[in-house]
Design a protein around this ligand. Structure first.
Ligand code: ZN
Length: 280
């Protein structure tokens, strides 16, 4: 009988094939394949793009087109989490996919209470989810982020199945785009004067335990000399043009059981604690 020998190269190939074909998320292989296919199509189609012609009289010499193949698709750097503030997933789907309403909103994903995930806008595209917003020095949040809507009225806890699906989705997003831990934030964090989602029921502590966003430590460091809450809020990323709104947004996310627009001594220690994590 003929024996089959495995060379080290074959073993490596099989291991790679197995690791690539079994993600903890069934769509990850499909998404990767779609990304590669589209990237190939974009590159071959690049010669058909219409270049912007700069006004020649303002240039020192003629403008030439010299297409370079050295590019790929822009990728998100932030993940924004929302609640739908709707009564059901079908109702939210209607709103998020309807081109004929005044609101015209969407997200990249919608997760229902039973854990079902709907992909609404391809990850490569800019979903209309954050609206007028700001984080750090970025104003165009939709262009640098991915949005995930959770079916929730805003007045109820999130279901376990829903959060389990969210965590699976976040694991795949974080590993594919190398999104920093502190860049998993809520809609209210980037729109303190307009929005409250994902609200005080959202389990930020549970997410932080798995590397998605930060959470306060149980033992908080003492406040340093010269502590300035406005500077810390601003450096974390909050828009502090309306200071009270920024404080409420911070407390919704990191305190949760008190959202009054004032910082207690404890709140200040939490703010300093979170700031030190962002400052690493
Ligand atoms: Zn929202």
């Amino acid at each position: 009988m003929k024996k089959i020998f495995f060379t080290p190269f074959m073993v490596l190939f099989i291991l790679l094939w197995v690791s690539c074909s079994q993600g903890n998320y069934p769509q990850s292989g499909i998404v990767r394949k779609a990304y590669k296919t589209n990237l190939k199509r974009m590159r071959t189609g690049y010669n058909h793009f219409v270049p912007v012609n700069l006004p020649l009289d303002s240039l020192g010499a003629k403008q030439w087109d010299a297409p370079s193949p050295n590019f790929d698709i822009r990728t998100p750097d932030l993940v924004i989490i929302h609640y739908t503030e709707e009564n059901s997933c079908p109702q939210a789907l209607y709103t998020l996919t309807n081109p004929n309403t005044n609101r015209k909103v969407s997200a990249n994903y919608l997760i229902c209470k039973d854990g079902t995930v709907f992909k609404l806008v391809d990850e490569r595209y800019r979903a209309w989810q954050a609206g007028l917003s700001r984080w750090g020095n970025f104003n165009n949040i939709n262009s640098i982020s991915m949005g995930i809507e959770l079916d929730n009225t805003g007045k109820e806890p999130f279901s376990e199945k829903q959060i389990a699906s969210l965590l699976v989705l976040l694991h795949t997003i974080k590993s594919r785009y190398y999104i920093p831990t502190g860049n998993f934030i809520g809609h209210a964090d980037v729109t303190p004067t307009r929005r409250a989602d994902p609200g005080t029921y959202f389990p930020w502590e549970e997410l932080a335990a798995q590397g998605f966003g930060y959470w306060r430590d149980s033992v908080l460091p003492a406040l340093p000399d010269g502590f300035d809450y406005k500077t810390d809020l601003r450096l974390i990323g909050y828009d502090i043009r309306d200071t009270a709104a920024a404080i409420v947004a911070f407390k919704r996310h990191f305190i949760q059981n008190d959202t009054t627009p004032v910082l207690t001594g404890y709140d200040k220690q939490v703010l300093n604690d979170i700031f030190l994590k962002y400052d690493q």
